[in-house]
Design a binder for this molecule. Structure first.
Ligand code: UD2
Length: 314
């Protein structure tokens, strides 16, 4: 059998990472997951148990990835592509501990880029965030909008984007940064207070427990289904673009109140909805401009919220 191209997914045992692994294996790659299992779970990859197309290596990317990948490349050949998703994912945690956020979210990216430069990796796709924009005056927010992050998390994601651009222009490493909006879907872990709101609402509504809305619930978000996000990731890591930055959202927004009502309805209407004080420092409205996603990556996030919610609740 011909040797399969090798793709590395950092954070591959996480929510978005494990769906990315599924898609890359289906697309004909051998996949090596690097994950430190702090928030990632082996159970997210259980569907590949016994498969010779998946290698899982315990690795904290903020300590470098050369040693972790050496035995894998000795056996399977060079790394062709890298999807870099490993991150400290909580904005609130980044405010509490900015140095950890910098080491993991910016330092981790530098380690990945150093590897890509040293080993001639053909493409690096990176999980950036809508957090790079901060509060914006005009929606939908386009990629040209001046960035003004308001958290260490947003700063480190933006710094990572600059690093991608530097490695592309100076060292010839082809890169794409994807600015994720609010990603949701199966395998998103509801267990932290800062977990994605849909995972929390789904978890509670299924159990008939109350849903808590922070503030009046009139804040909006652009919720994008993980299946659509993964199509963008696979396109970004496979295509010939370099130095591309693209939003990954739907172009639609919904209020958190409307979201809560929809989730409660889908679960049979047993949960009540209550309110708690708004989170400080939170943005009010969010909606992505998605022309670049469509024109440069050929992806339209077409999963309707209600369909994505049904898949999540199942
Ligand atoms: C998202 C990302 C974050 C960063 C940020 C950039 C997630 C999980 N987080 O933060 O990583 O990229 O966007 O702007 O995607 N809410 C409730 N009740 C709850 C939980 C949340 O009302 O039990 C509200 C929350 O106050 C917010 C909205 O739901 O208005 C979405 O909250 P989130 O934590 O899912 O995501 P967000 O937009 O704060």
């Amino acid at each position: 059998m011909a040797r399969l191209p090798l793709a590395v997914v950092t954070g591959g045992a996480g929510f978005i990472g494990s769906h990315t692994v599924d898609a890359l294996i289906a697309a004909g790659y051998r996949v090596c997951v690097l994950d430190d299992f702090r928030t990632g779970k082996r159970a997210n990859l259980a569907q590949h148990a016994g498969s010779d197309k998946l290698e899982i290596v315990m690795c904290d990317v903020s300590h470098g990835i050369f040693a972790a990948l050496a035995p894998v490349t000795a056996q399977h050949g060079p790394v062709e592509r890298i999807v870099h998703l490993a991150a400290q994912v909580s904005v609130v945690a980044s405010v509490a501990n900015p140095l950890v956020d910098m080491a993991v979210n910016y330092g981790g990216t530098l380690h990945v880029l150093e590897y890509a430069r040293a080993h001639g990796v053909k493409k690096v796709a990176f999980a950036s965030s809508a957090a790079v924009y901060g509060d914006v005056a005009t929606l939908p927010v386009a990629e040209e909008t001046p960035t003004q992050p308001v958290s260490p998390y947003g700063i480190d994601k933006l710094a990572s984007e600059y690093a991608l651009d530097y490695y592309a222009s100076v060292h010839g490493v082809a890169t794409t940064a994807l600015r994720f909006f609010n990603v949701y879907g199966p395998r998103q872990d509801p267990s932290s207070p800062y977990s994605g709101v849909i995972s929390i609402f789904a978890d509670r509504a299924k159990a008939g427990r109350p849903l808590t809305i922070f503030g009046d619930g009139l804040q909006t978000r652009d919720f994008v289904y993980v299946g659509d996000v993964v199509r963008a990731i696979v396109a970004a890591v496979s295509d010939g673009n370099s130095r591309l930055v693209a939003n990954v959202g739907t172009g639609n927004e919904i209020t958190v109140l409307e979201l809560a009502r929809t989730v409660v309805d889908l679960c049979g209407g047993k949960s009540t909805i209550d309110h708690a004080p708004a989170r400080s420092g939170e943005i009010l409205k969010s909606r992505a401009r998605v022309d670049r996603l469509r024109d440069q990556l050929g992806v339209v996030a077409e999963t309707k919220l209600v369909d994505g919610l049904r898949a999540t609740l199942a």
